[in-house]
Design a protein around this ligand. Structure first.
Ligand code: CA
Length: 752
């Protein structure tokens, strides 16, 4: 017993140290897993309705809703900037239910931590205890279908039971529900840690209209909420004004019991109002004011889980100002760069797959793109050259130690240990040649960028060469004479996933690097037998991608909206096909038997994508000449790959689509950028710049960012402005060698 107590104390002290160390480390990086093990709802990213909610009523009862979701209340809240609005009339023979769902972003830990459910309610009118709604909890998204096994829901209880009195007007009241006391009313037992759904529903049919504002729904333990830690005000607060927004940065300790930061703003110079919160580990905040020439003062406080705040920081001020196009592009690059800089994983320096997400999981491809974003950061003076090199050294050290599968890395790895994380299931525990290609593309660019005479730059150059030369590209053919490269190989499962790399998609870079490898190359003829294959397997594969026979022979040659497409599946596919392989590899220089210029072909894919959005045959809201770009992201239907065709256009615009197309369509990309930022920035602009996507038809706005989508913006905007990454990558002799071999293969192919 004594020993165990001792061990627990040590563990607690270590945890406190780790938190303290993280608080002092700069740049701070943290993906907030711990925060989301408690928080069910804090604020809505959508300003009109809350996406992760449900609101349904049956006549003659009524529940206020927007498209069957709860409206957002932005005047009365506990944590700024908003809360949820539950407004109802309960009548005999009617019913209503208002549901607040746990927001399940990708890799969210599927468990909440704590025995009590807390939330706060507020009403502008007093409500008699008997007229308060009923409540039910559920660990599944219930509707009239067989619940997801073993999903369940609790008995119905009166909310009044947890308040014990009539609800007074104009005062926040806390509701505390011991979840273990609630019996299951379903065929399975109820597990509070799996809570998915907090449901308020019709109680006594008093026929009157009532309004409850609900905020700060969380699962926790009493001791945690009662602890009242002593919190210090953030220090060294700085504010910098941009075109329509202000960025705040600060330093702060995050002792045990700290939960979030609260940001206050005064637009008139004296009346401070709370405008937002920031989560643990992130010491930056982006305040979108929405107009130029606004002067604002700010202060910041630390808060605990009950939203009790510390003394405020010193006051700082900034002003917005109209920026020219060049300044706007630098602003865009800098914001998105921070995803890979200050929000990078603390041990490896690599990038997370998505934010918020899982603190452990770093992603290879996103990190490879991030390497190039770091180079832009140096070039644009967001960081110093030494800082950029040091970050590269950290990443390279991690990659040197991480498990390699014939020289290739896995898709996902553990930031702390480097271990492979088989996120896509048991077969995914080996090398991923596509993700490895994206990393090698980044590393080879970095190798040429840090080419000074400085001994440290030279050492980095050599270490990168060793990693690149260690990749056994030729191993990723399942047989020595295989026509294709294969995506995966695992020491346990061999080539069981057996996914051949067939163009047109994002896999071109794998063939080009494999052909150019000085140590483990594949014959350049694989460009034609694999990427541009004419085999039956390839025809079927391409049609499967696009749902159309167009381009199933790799060459397409059809015209869409008067724009000719030499090569490409369907009407071009998602725009990431024109970004990922071309962050470093200059598409101006790639030509083959079927197209004279990959640059022109990529530009045409972007133009077709835009023309489709302007035509908008599926009649979605918000599309237009300045709102276009269908490509992969995590949208309202999960991770999908929207493309300009009827089957794949779901009304979701992914911001990186138009923004990473800057080199191809500078004017149309600039129009989209200004629309996303100046017109829609209140919802679409955050601390890492453009949010992942939005769907105006559904009132959906993504509340997160993806590592695969932010860096292509930074990099392709730079390629548009200066050609930096293209020039730097193409200065690799291996890139030139690959092109030369490709030309020879093209000549041989053309003579067939
Ligand atoms: Ca709130």
């Amino acid at each position: 017993m004594h020993l165990r107590y001792h061990m627990m104390r040590i563990a607690r002290r270590r945890a406190a140290w780790a938190i303290l160390a993280a608080a002092f480390a700069a740049p701070v990086a943290f993906a907030q897993t711990a925060y989301y093990r408690h928080v069910v709802f804090d604020n809505s990213a959508q300003l009109k309705l809350y996406w992760h909610s449900g609101a349904v009523s049956t006549m003659p009862s009524m529940l206020e809703n927007i498209d069957y979701r709860l409206p957002v209340e932005s005047k009365i809240f506990r944590t700024p900037p908003n809360a949820l609005r539950v407004a109802w009339e309960s009548k005999p023979n009617g019913s209503w239910d208002a549901e607040i769902h746990v927001a399940n972003f990708p890799n969210r830990y599927p468990e909440l931590s704590g025995r009590q459910l807390y939330f706060w309610i507020y009403s502008p009118e007093p409500i008699a205890a008997a007229d308060l709604p009923n409540l039910m909890l559920s660990d599944a998204r219930d509707s009239l279908q067989v619940a997801t096994f073993p999903g369940s829901f609790t008995e119905t209880v009166a909310l009044a039971k947890y308040i014990g009195a009539d609800l007074p007007a104009n005062r926040w009241t806390q509701v505390r529900i011991p979840m273990l006391e609630l019996k299951s009313a379903s065929v399975y037992s109820f597990h509070p840690e799996r809570l998915q759904n907090v449901i308020l529903m019709q109680g006594r049919a008093d026929g009157k209209r009532h309004v409850l504002i609900v905020d700060d729904v969380r699962v926790d333990d009493d001791a945690q909420l009662a602890a009242a830690p002593v919190l210090a005000a953030p220090e060294n607060v700085e504010a910098k004004g941009y075109d329509r927004h202000v960025v705040l940065t600060w330093q702060a300790q995050e002792p045990e019991g700290f939960d979030h930061f609260v940001i206050y703003r005064a637009l008139d110079g004296e009346t401070f109002e709370p405008i937002g919160i920031q989560l643990p580990g992130t010491h930056r905040y982006s305040d979108f004011i929405g107009r130029a020439n606004a002067k604002a003062k700010y202060k910041i406080a630390s808060a605990d889980a009950a939203n009790r705040v510390s003394a405020p920081s010193a006051v700082v001020s900034a002003a917005t100002r109209e920026m020219n196009d060049d300044e706007l592009l630098t602003m865009l690059q800098e914001a998105a760069f921070h995803y890979y800089w200050e929000a990078a994983a603390p041990n490896s320096g690599m990038a997370f797959e998505n934010l918020p997400g899982d603190d452990r999981i770093v992603a290879m491809g996103a990190s490879g793109f991030g390497v190039m974003a770091v180079l832009v950061g140096v070039e644009r003076h967001f960081i110093t050259r030494d800082q950029g090199r040091e970050r590269l050294e950290k990443i390279v050290s991690f990659l040197e130690k991480a498990p390699k599968y014939h020289g290739a890395w896995s898709h996902y790895m553990n930031d702390a240990t480097g271990e492979t994380m088989p996120l896509f299931g048991m077969l995914d525990n080996g090398g991923d040649i596509i993700e490895t290609s994206f990393m090698i593309q980044g590393l080879l660019t970095a190798r040429q960028y840090f080419n000074g005479t400085d001994a440290r730059e030279q050492a980095l150059h050599q270490r990168i060469s060793k990693l690149w030369e260690g990749v056994e590209w030729n191993w990723y053919r399942d047989k020595p004479d295989s026509a294709f490269l294969y995506w995966h190989w695992s020491p346990q499962w061999s080539y069981q996933i057996h996914h051949p790399l067939i163009g047109f998609n994002e896999s071109l870079i794998a063939y080009l690097l494999a052909i150019g490898s000085p140590t483990h190359s594949v014959p350049a003829s694989m460009y034609y037998s694999g990427w541009a294959s004419q085999s039956a397997r390839a025809l079927e594969y391409r049609a499967g991608w696009s749902g159309s026979p167009d381009g199933n022979h790799y060459k397409n040659e059809k015209t869409y909206y008067d724009i000719k497409l030499d090569v490409g599946v369907g009407s071009g596919g998602p725009l990431f096909f024109t970004h990922y392989s071309f962050l470093g590899f200059d598409p101006h220089l790639i030509q083959d038997k079927y197209t004279n210029s990959y640059f022109d072909n990529n530009r045409n894919i972007a133009l077709i994508n835009r023309a489709w959005c302007m035509d908008n045959p599926k009649h979605y809201q918000g599309y237009g000449a300045d709102a276009w770009g269908l490509t992969a992201s995590f949208g309202p239907n999960g991770y999908t790959t929207p493309a300009p065709d009827k089957a794949n256009d779901e009304g979701t615009i992914t911001l990186t689509g138009a923004l990473a197309s800057f080199p191809y369509t500078p004017e149309a990309s600039m129009a989209a950028f200004k629309h996303y930022y100046r017109d829609l920035g209140a919802e679409l602009w955050g601390i890492y710049g453009p949010r992942d996507n939005y769907n105006p038809t559904l009132h959906w706005v993504s509340s997160h960012y993806m590592g695969l989508n932010q860096a292509p913006i930074v990099v392709m905007v730079e390629n548009y402005r200066s050609g930096l990454l293209w020039k730097t990558f193409m200065s690799n002799p291996e890139a030139t060698a690959a092109l030369k071999k490709l030309d020879e293969a093209t000549r041989a192919e053309s003579q067939k």
